[in-house]
Design a protein around this ligand. Structure first.
Ligand SMILES: Nc1ncnc2c1ncn2[C@@H]1O[C@H](COP(=O)(O)OP(=O)(O)O)[C@@H](O)[C@H]1O
Ligand SMILES: Cc1ncsc1CCOP(=O)(O)O
Ligand SMILES: [Mg+2]
Length: 257
């Protein structure tokens, strides 16, 4: 299913964000997520609160079956070990064969040249979506060298931080929801990437999917921050806010400009 909406900041309406959220809740997509050991539990809970379903096996003998039968695949490089290295190409091949969107989160490529080289190889396979922070973007594409080619080939980049930018060949979105407290809890970036993967499974315009998914996640972060006492209570509040997210919440808070 695809909305006939061009990717442009003015056209990201609360109604569109809500429509895609309803699609996720209706479809309950399974997101096969090869993610880091730090992020696994929070990511699984974020997907469930959203209305999606997580699966997370990394076993070489099982991963193709799980990824091929899922609705989307997310590869997160946060704890890139031998088991994950063996699983990743098998999972990507299976997801691709099944026609499912592939997302990559190249965590900490700015801290590890080995990981940066590995991520560069992965990106060459042309993932549908890449979610990362600005430091990771700069490590992969110093001075933006090489990024335009990937965008022209169809990969969508979601660069997060205080402000978020979605870059795609059909246009860009600038988003400014979220809360600084989100950066005081581990794996919010990783879990947000899983939300984007879930949205990519219900909308073929992946830039629009990323913009809607990130808006939902960051609006939940804002609602949670208003209720939380600090990072500890932000986590359960964020899960509750995702679960209860309404059109009214989105209309009241969406900041896309
Ligand atoms: N200062 C901030 N203000 C608002 N939202 C933020 C802020 N910092 C991070 N976020 C949000 O928190 C999530 C994690 O982003 P980020 O910290 O960039 O990822 P990572 O953890 O991968 O570095 C994203 O959804 C982002 O939009
Ligand atoms: C702390 C840590 N170490 C390896 S992965 C990871 C979590 C990173 O999460 P995020 O990229 O969402 O901040
Ligand atoms: Mg990250």
């Amino acid at each position: 299913m695809s909305l006939t909406v061009a990717a442009s900041t003015e056209l990201l309406s609360a109604g569109t964000v809500h429509e895609l959220l309803l699609r996720v809740r209706e479809k309950t997509p399974r997101v096969h997520t090869i993610t880091n050991a730090v992020a696994q539990n929070f990511t699984a809970n974020v997907l469930l609160a959203l209305g999606a379903v997580p699966s997370m096996t990394i076993a070489e003998e099982e991963v193709a079956g799980f990824a091929g039968s899922a609705d989307a695949l997310l590869i997160n490089l946060g704890t890139l070990d031998e088991t994950r290295r063996a699983a990743i190409p098998l999972a990507i091949e299976a997801a691709r064969a099944g026609g499912h969107p592939v997302s990559i989160d190249p965590v900490f490529v700015n801290r590890s040249p080995v990981r940066c080289a590995y991520a560069t190889e992965l990106l060459a396979c042309g993932p549908d979506l890449v979610r990362l922070n600005a430091a990771e973007m700069e490590a992969l594409f110093p001075g933006r060298a090489g990024v335009e080619e990937l965008i022209a080939a169809g990969t969508v980049f979601a660069v997060t931080g205080e402000e978020d930018k979605i870059e795609s060949r059909s246009g860009d979105f600038r988003l400014s929801n979220g809360h600084p407290l989100m950066a005081r809890v581990t794996a919010t970036g990783c879990a947000g990437g899983a939300v984007l993967a879930a949205f990519a499974s219900v909308e073929t315009d992946r830039a629009l999917a990323a913009a809607c998914g990130l808006s939902v996640f960051n609006i939940a972060g804002e609602i949670a921050a208003a209720r939380a006492c600090g990072p500890g209570t932000l986590v359960p509040e964020l899960l509750d806010a995702l679960y209860a997210m309404s059109l009214t919440d989105i209309e009241a808070r969406l900041k896309a400009a």
